[in-house]
Design a protein around this ligand. Structure first.
Ligand SMILES: Cc1cc2nc3c(=O)[nH]c(=O)nc-3n(C[C@H](O)[C@H](O)[C@H](O)COP(=O)(O)OP(=O)(O)OC[C@H]3O[C@@H](n4cnc5c(N)ncnc54)[C@H](O)[C@@H]3O)c2cc1C
Length: 384
């Protein structure tokens, strides 16, 4: 593995970070407090091609390699987690399933405007009674002539307000478990589709998240993604690509915790000396330094394997996602500790990092699932 960045990658990283400092940093605490989706900033990011990520140019994307995509998301997430999540959706949770399993017509109609930032999309996997256990979903689908009728309710779906369509999932027969699941593109304005946002969230506040309600929704057959019964594979493809984005965002958050803790520890005077002189504070700084560097290497390795063309890197995705997000939670906790009472103040960013970090461990496969998967590979119980 060669992690020397090319001049183009260094340039992209710099452009992304400067954009984040100039266009996002002055406003992020305000729109986070207001739970407001920063549409004007997302549009500026889209105009720079940041929504396009790894989606090929012929489908409206930026056609980036995975490492370049990772660098952009990491730099943006140093300033705002939610913005990092929004920019990674076309390449991850919302777009990658359509790119891999969609028909040419689906790609032209839905993926192209999504990757160009002309519209937004959500992905509806989680339900009120099934999160980790995707195959236990209760949303049903029945085929009637050339249409599918979907009934059910999805929970915790992101981009609820802004999305014009959702990649979502329903089962033909719950007894078939994962083999009964089908994937569909459902447009939000269709009869029977409604949304119910979750208000006053603890983390990821600017991201509109909540219930996607599907009541007798008629979906034309051409909106089936993949074949009947292939929906589980489509969902796993979406989340696996999403995990690289989550790991990159966790690395960005950890770097931000480290940077702000170092700056604070150098200027806060307690017992007549900067708190950075206390070895117990230094110990927290050391853990952040080692944590961010090791998480970054695992994340870049995952991107590197994807760039080499490995179709399935499930184990490596679990390792990078679990490790980077665990490190982020610890770094956010330490950053608040180092800031003392000021960690509780909205004048500093670390309280927001602390609120957001925890949910990185939950989304796109909660970390205890990844912990189990990694052991199962080691024990030979699971192979790709
Ligand atoms: C801000 C935010 C945005 C989200 N966006 C989306 C989205 O866009 N689309 C979408 O579909 N979902 C989304 N989600 C939902 C998210 O993917 C789920 O919350 C996640 O998959 C976990 O499911 P759950 O919450 O139902 O937890 P559960 O499955 O109920 O698990 C609860 C806990 O039980 C334990 N547990 C469960 N299974 C195991 C196991 N096998 N081994 C060990 N322990 C286990 C773990 O401690 C786990 O955290 C979002 C969530 C949040 C918070």
């Amino acid at each position: 593995m060669d992690f020397d960045l090319t001049p183009e990658q260094q340039n992209l990283k710099q452009i992304a970070y400067e954009f984040a400092k100039r266009e996002i940093a002055p406003y992020v605490n305000q729109y986070d407090a207001e739970e407001r989706f920063p549409m004007e900033i997302v549009k500026k990011a889209a105009s720079l091609g940041f929504m396009g990520g790894v989606i090929p140019e012929k489908y409206g994307g930026a056609g980036l390699d995975y490492l370049s995509f990772t660098l952009i998301i990491e730099e943006i997430a140093r300033v705002c987690q939610t913005m990092g999540a929004i920019l990674s959706l076309p390449s991850g949770l919302a777009g990658s399933g359509i790119l891999t399993y969609g028909t040419e017509e689906q790609k032209q109609k839905y993926l192209v405007p999504l990757a160009r930032g002309e519209c937004f999309a959500g992905t509806g996997v989680t339900e009120p009674h099934s999160g980790t256990d995707v195959a236990a979903m209760e949303t049903t689908v029945v085929k009637k002539g050339d249409r599918y009728i979907i009934n059910g309710r999805k929970a915790w779906i992101s981009m609820l307000n802004e999305a014009t369509f959702f990649l979502t999932f329903a089962t033909l027969d719950k007894k078939l478990k994962s083999k009964g699941i089908c994937a569909f593109i459902v447009e939000k304005h269709w009869p029977g589709v409604s949304v119910k946002p979750e208000k006053n969230k603890v983390g990821f506040r600017p991201l509109s998240t909540g219930q996607l309600i599907l009541e007798e929704v008629e979906v034309p057959a051409e909106n089936l993604v993949g074949k009947e019964g292939e929906g589980f594979k489509v969902a796993m493809c979406a989340v696996e690509n999403g995990r690289l984005g989550v790991a990159a965002r966790a690395v960005g958050l950890t770097q931000a915790c480290l940077d702000e803790s170092v700056a604070y520890a150098q200027q806060r005077i307690v017992f007549d000396q900067p708190i950075g002189r206390f070895q117990l504070v230094q110990s927290m700084i050391t853990d952040m330094v080692v944590g961010v560097e090791s998480a970054r290497y695992l994340t870049y390795r995952l991107a590197h394997l994807k760039d080499k063309g490995y179709a399935r890197v499930r184990r490596e995705a679990s390792i990078a996602k679990m490790y980077a997000t665990d490190v982020a939670v610890r770094a956010a906790e330490y950053a608040v500790q180092i800031h003392g009472a000021y960690g509780c103040s909205s004048e500093y960013n670390v309280g927001r990092y602390f609120r957001d970090a925890k949910f990185l461990q939950i989304v796109e496969g909660q970390n205890q699932l990844h912990r189990a998967l990694i052991a199962e590979y080691a024990l030979g119980y699971r192979r790709d």
